[in-house]
Design a protein around this ligand. Structure first.
Ligand SMILES: NC(=O)c1ccc[n+]([C@@H]2O[C@H](COP(=O)([O-])OP(=O)(O)OC[C@H]3O[C@@H](n4cnc5c(N)ncnc54)[C@H](O)[C@@H]3O)[C@@H](O)[C@H]2O)c1
Length: 334
């Protein structure tokens, strides 16, 4: 494996921080991370590797074209994962930051590689671009019917990246991960929310009747998948869209039960709240193309992944309590 310099945007967030831990442990790559440290970015996520000799961290915004040009000129591979990532925030607080970071930020990075070519550019898109499954499993040809402002901005960035490949012949790969879970995920997202609610003996809030199902991907499996996309022959993957999925979907209600069971808590802690507007009913991804083009398939069962995730939240209570506390302060002062 040859050494490459890999720019990972959004490195202090959930997926990118796990990916950076993975790259430093399992590959000889040098890693540069660019992160604006929004409410979702947490340098604690990189504790233990911040002073690693193969990691450099740049505090900055992907919407800053001058900075992006400088950073991009120094790297071989880009993994663009920086984003506003929370569906409910895009509904409740408006889409502005989602449009500027997710779409305009991607455009600024894409324009930077027109000036300073890279070996490959991997856009971390999302399965949310598909909307509710019209067929199962959903393959990469499934229509794009994004159902939330977040999902629409991801679809915009996804198609913009594709257009830059077609128009300018740039080596771009579009990756659509399904729902990730695992250590270091902000407690606003479903699985860590359930775990941290159960650990505090607070009600586990399930939207609607909890029937909405997702294809749940353990974050270390996602890290291996992105590494496989970096390693694949570029001619095999340039211009392609690749689902990163397990091929199995599980309803949200079952997850609440699993978490309560694993923590020995009463089922009465489950509480049903109003259905989320723009809810996606069912998501399950086809794994065939990703396996055919890169050889990757998910290796972690849902039960094993959830058990590891619960252990991590149990062992890192200070990490999530601090986030919850800063949110309470934010709400009470705003
Ligand atoms: N979490 C999932 O289940 C999932 C599934 C599919 C795709 N994705 C995509 O994967 C990527 C990572 O998701 P995540 O859950 O780790 O997100 P996250 O919210 O945990 O992390 C996002 C990171 O991006 C940084 N960031 C935000 N705006 C920025 C900007 N303008 N410039 C630079 N940095 C900025 C934040 O500080 C944060 O560190 C996103 O593109 C998301 O859309 C996530």
């Amino acid at each position: 494996m040859t050494t490459k310099r890999v720019l990972v945007t959004g490195g202090a967030g959930f997926i990118s921080s796990n990916f950076i831990h993975h790259l430093l442990a399992k590959t000889p790559y040098e890693v540069v991370s660019l992160d604006a440290l929004t409410y979702a970015g947490n340098l604690e996520n990189l504790s233990g590797v911040m002073s690693h000799e193969r990691l450099s961290f740049v505090h900055g915004d992907i919407r800053d074209a001058d900075l992006v040009r400088d950073v991009v000129s120094e790297v071989d591979v880009i993994v663009n994962a920086a984003a506003e990532s929370h569906v409910e925030k895009s509904i409740a607080e408006g889409a502005r930051e989602f449009v500027t970071t997710n779409v305009e930020g991607t455009q600024i990075l894409l324009d930077a590689i027109r000036e300073a070519p890279v070996e490959r550019f991997i856009l971390i898109s999302s399965s949310e671009v598909y909307g509710t499954a019209e067929r199962a499993p959903m393959d990469e040809e499934h229509p794009l019917n994004p159902r939330s402002p977040y999902a629409a901005t991801k679809a915009g960035a996804d198609r913009l990246a594709y257009a830059y490949h077609v128009t300018y012949g740039l080596p771009i790969v579009i990756v659509r991960p399904f729902n990730n879970y695992g250590p270091r995920q902000h407690p606003e997202k479903a699985i860590p929310r359930f775990i941290t609610q159960a650990l505090r003996d607070e009600p586990l809030t399930v939207h609607g009747d909890g029937h909405a199902s997702r294809d749940w991907l353990y974050v270390d499996d996602d890290a291996e998948a992105i590494e496989a996309v970096i390693a694949a022959p570029i001619d095999a993957v340039a211009g392609e869209v690749l689902n990163v999925a397990t091929g199995i979907d599980i309803p949200v209600d079952d997850i609440a039960d699993l978490v309560l069971d694993a923590l020995g808590k009463s089922g009465s802690l489950k509480s049903y709240v109003t259905e989320r507007p723009g809810q996606v009913d069912r998501h399950v991804g086809s794994t065939e193309k990703m396996e055919r083009l890169t050889g990757w398939r998910a290796g972690t069962s849902f039960e094993a992944g959830v058990a590891r995730t619960i252990s991590w939240y149990r062992d890192n209570e200070a990490w999530w309590r601090e986030i919850l506390q800063s949110e309470t302060q934010h709400v009470s002062s705003s």
